[in-house]
Design a protein around this ligand. Structure first.
Ligand code: RNT
Ligand code: ZN
Length: 412
């Protein structure tokens, strides 16, 4: 408390209220991706992970059942301040008796009943993703843009069912659920026809989105390349940016989905002027779309600054998308969620009005000097205090290690 008072006063002197920042931060829900907990395996396919994404590492204790995954998520969420959302993929359905009979084009809300109950019990929102990979019908590399009408229709049906599930979640929880469409479709080598697959994707999306559903929002996620789709992806940035703007959907920006010198932080303000909303997939690309655990990098900070400075938090949904199997998976979640929250807090503790004034007056010296000075302000004290008032143990890692010993180590 003494130390918090010191930080409070230090920030007050530059016109920043730490209390107001914490109040604002408390309202933010991060959409936590369930797939960090089981290396994107899911429960309904025994197929290998496909779609040009890759998880590396074999750290022991991976969750292999819905019960284990929920227990791990619960542990992770107990070590981060705030109330959040859980982001599910269709492959996390629990089919029980239906497992032999149904495929992903027949999924229904009832297959996610346990997840919904888990969300209710833990005051979580839910988001959803149709899974257009790790499935025999995606093995030729094309789903919604497949030239084969039957395969295309199968995936269109999956997309429609997914929206219904999202809408059900949103209705049940009284919190809008986002249904995010990402497909892996693309070519390894130079295509002759870049247009036709995009025409088919456009048509397929229009069909999927045709019905108006309550309490859900649609998002579309672009990508520059995948492993095995290096030369061409159907759902490129231009395709989806235009699609989202024209069709009034959210646009999903994944921080690993662009050329390494292209920054999502610079794209946010631009697209915000044209799309209904933005969904972020906060991730950390290292040399490629490697989906490393999010840490407090300059780019994460810049993204947070954009959202806070431009008052874009209201039209932005913040989701995480990383997967690391080389370290404790629960720690991975905790590190990534905490880093994202820290970046937001730091942005909220910036003397924005002073910086804006300096910029407006052309005083770029002050702008740069102040930005640099802020890096050594006692933000860590404010963060610790925030964790404290939220009942989060300082030694969260100790808790993870204990859980590893008592629970993870005993898994087969
Ligand atoms: C893939 C996309 C996509 C997936 C998840 C599992 O490059 O980022 O969002 O990571 O849907
Ligand atoms: Zn993503």
């Amino acid at each position: 408390m003494e130390t918090y008072k010191f930080a409070q006063e230090t920030y007050n002197k530059i016109g920043v209220s730490t209390d107001a920042a914490l109040e604002k931060l408390q309202k933010i829900r991060i959409s936590v991706h369930c797939w960090q907990g089981d290396d994107i395996a899911g429960f309904i396919s025994n197929q290998q992970l496909t779609g040009g994404i890759q998880v590396t590492g074999d750290y022991p204790g991976v969750a292999t059942t819905p019960q284990e995954l929920r227990a791990d998520l619960k542990k992770a969420l107990s070590l981060v301040p705030g109330k959040h959302k859980l982001n599910l993929h269709a492959i996390y359905a629990e089919l029980d008796g239906d497992s032999q009979k149904i495929d992903v084009d027949q999924l229904e809300p009832k297959h996610f009943e346990n997840w919904l109950n888990f969300a209710k019990e833990n005051d979580l929102g839910l988001d959803f993703n149709p899974t257009f990979f790790s499935h025999p019908k995606a093995d030729d590399g094309f789903t919604l843009s497949n030239a084969d009408k039957n395969i295309r229709n199968f995936w269109i049906e999956h997309g429609k069912k997914s929206r219904k599930i999202a809408s059900y979640f949103g209705t049940e929880l009284g919190q809008t659920a986002i249904n995010n469409i990402w497909i892996p479709d693309g070519f390894k080598d130079l295509p002759i026809d870049r247009l036709a697959p995009r025409e088919r994707l456009l048509q397929a999306l229009n069909e999927i989105l045709a019905e108006n559903l309550p309490n859900m929002e649609d998002a579309v996620e672009s990508k520059l390349f995948g492993i095995g789709q290096e030369s061409y992806t159907v759902g490129s940035n231009e395709f989806y940016t235009a699609y989202a703007a024209k069709n009034n959907t959210y646009l999903c920006l994944d921080s690993g989905h662009f050329h390494p010198t292209e920054m999502v932080s610079d794209k946010i303000s631009a697209v915000s002027l044209f799309v209904k909303g933005i969904l972020l997939h906060v991730s950390r690309p290292v040399r490629w779309d490697s989906d490393h655990v999010v840490i407090l990098t300059d780019e994460i900070q810049e993204i947070a600054n954009e959202l806070v400075f431009n008052q874009l938090l209201a039209k932005t949904a913040i989701g995480l998308d990383f997967f690391d199997a080389s370290i404790n998976r629960i720690a991975a979640w905790v590190i990534g969620i905490r880093a994202t929250l820290k970046a937001l807090l730091r942005a909220m503790l910036m003397p924005h009005a002073t910086l804006q004034k300096a910029e407006t007056e052309g005083d770029y010296t002050t702008r740069l000097a102040l930005l640099e000075e802020m890096k050594t302000y006692p933000f860590g004290i404010v963060w610790d205090y925030y964790c404290d008032i939220n009942g989060i143990p300082k030694d969260w890692l100790g808790e993870v290690k204990l859980y590893e010993k008592e629970v993870l180590a005993k898994r087969g």
